[in-house]
Design a binder for this molecule. Structure first.
Ligand code: G
Ligand code: G
Ligand code: MN
Ligand code: NA
Length: 249
C-alpha cells in the first residue's frame, strides 16, 4: 500500500514531528506536563494526524520503530524544560507486545539524561484486555524504574473498575467525550463519580478536552484541577511551547 511505503520513508526522511499539549494545574495556572502528540509532516498532503496513520503503523509493526523515535525525541525535548514539567508519551498496545518497553525506556532515559520521574507513560485500556498478567509485570518494572503510568481515555471503552486496583497506575485521564457531553446530567454524574473514585484510590486525575470557561468552572467546582484542552492550548510544535507555560489571558 502507498501509505505504508510512504510511512516507512517518512521515518527515514525525518517527516515525523512531535507536537505538545500542556496539562495545567488551574490552581496556579502552571503547566505540569506536556503530552507528546505525533504528527506527520507529509511533503504533499501537509500535516497528518496520528489517527490517520497509527492504525497502519500498528498493523504493519512500524509502530515499534515509530514509538522508539517518539520516546527518544520526547525525552530529549523534555531535558530543556524546567525540572518540574513532565513529558507524557502515548504507547500503543502493539509496542508492549512486540518490543521490550522497559529496556527501551531505561536506555532512552539514560541516553537523554532525563530523570525517570519526569516521564509519564500513557496507555489505553485496550492494553489491559489482552495479556493482563504480562502487562502487569511490565507496569511493575516501569514503576520500579521510577516512570509514572497514566490510564488514558478512561471511561471510553471497556473500562472495568478492577483495572484501577489491579494495575499500578498513578493517574487516570477521563475521556474527552464526557466533557463534550457535560450538559447531559448523566455525563456529569459519571465525571463526578470518577473524581471520587480517583480520590479514594489516591490516583491523580486529569480531565481532557476542556474547551470553554463554562466547562472549566463546573470541573473546578467539583475539585478537578488538572486540565488539558483547547481552552489552554492546542497541541503546538516544540519551538512554540515556552509562552504556553503561562496561561494566555
Ligand atoms: O494528536 P491528536 O490529538 O490528533 O491524537 C490523536 C490520537 O493519536 C490520540 O488518541 C493519541 O493518543 C494518539 N497518538 C498521538 N501521538 C501518539 C504516539 O506517539 N503514539 C501513539 N501510539 N499514539 C499517539
Ligand atoms: O492520547 P489522547 O487520546 O488523550 O490524545 C489527546 C487527543 O485529544 C489529541 O487528539 C488532541 O489533539 C485532542 N484534544 C486535546 N484537547 C482537546 C480539546 O479541547 N478538544 C478536542 N476536541 N480535542 C482535544
Ligand atoms: Mn494521551
Ligand atoms: Na485521551
Amino acid at each position: 500500500r502507498q501509505i505504508e511505503c510512504d510511512l516507512r520513508a517518512a521515518i527515514v526522511k525525518n517527516e515525523l514531528e512531535l507536537f505538545y499539549q500542556p496539562i495545567v494545574d488551574v490552581r496556579d495556572n502552571r503547566v505540569h506536563t506536556f503530552e507528546a502528540l505525533l504528527r506527520w509532516r507529509h511533503p504533499t498532503r501537509g500535516l497528518i494526524s496520528p489517527d490517520a496513520f497509527i492504525p497502519i503503523a500498528e498493523e504493519t509493526g512500524l509502530i515499534v520503530e515509530i514509538g522508539e523515535w517518539v520516546v527518544e525525541r520526547a525525552c530529549r525535548d523534555a531535558t530543556v524544560w524546567p525540572d518540574d514539567i513532565r513529558v507524557a508519551v502515548n504507547f500503543s498496545p502493539v509496542q508492549f507486545r512486540r518490543c521490550d518497553v522497559v529496556a527501551l525506556i531505561a536506555r532512552t532515559l539514560a541516553a537523554a539524561g532525563l530523570a525517570p520521574d519526569r516521564l509519564e507513560v500513557e496507555v489505553t485500556e485496550a492494553i489491559l484486555i489482552r495479556d493482563a498478567e504480562a502487562t502487569c509485570v511490565v507496569f511493575d518494572d516501569l514503576r520500579r524504574l521510577g516512570v509514572r503510568l497514566c490510564l488514558d481515555d478512561f471511561g471510553s471503552g471497556y473500562s472495568s473498575l478492577s483495572y484501577l486496583n489491579k494495575f499500578p497506575f498513578d493517574k487516570i485521564k477521563i475521556d474527552r467525550a464526557f466533557v463534550s457531553d457535560m450538559h447531559n446530567p448523566k455525563s456529569l454524574a459519571v465525571i463526578t463519580a470518577i473524581t471520587q473514585l480517583a480520590e479514594r484510590l489516591n490516583l491523580s486525575l486529569v480531565v481532557e478536552g476542556v474547551e470553554s470557561e463554562e466547562q472549566l468552572a463546573i470541573l473546578t467546582n467539583r475539585g478537578i484541577h488538572h486540565i488539558q484542552g483547547y481552552l489552554f492550548s492546542r497541541p503546538r510544535p516544540f519551538a512554540e511551547l515556552l509562552p504556553v507555560a503561562v496561561r494566555a489571558p
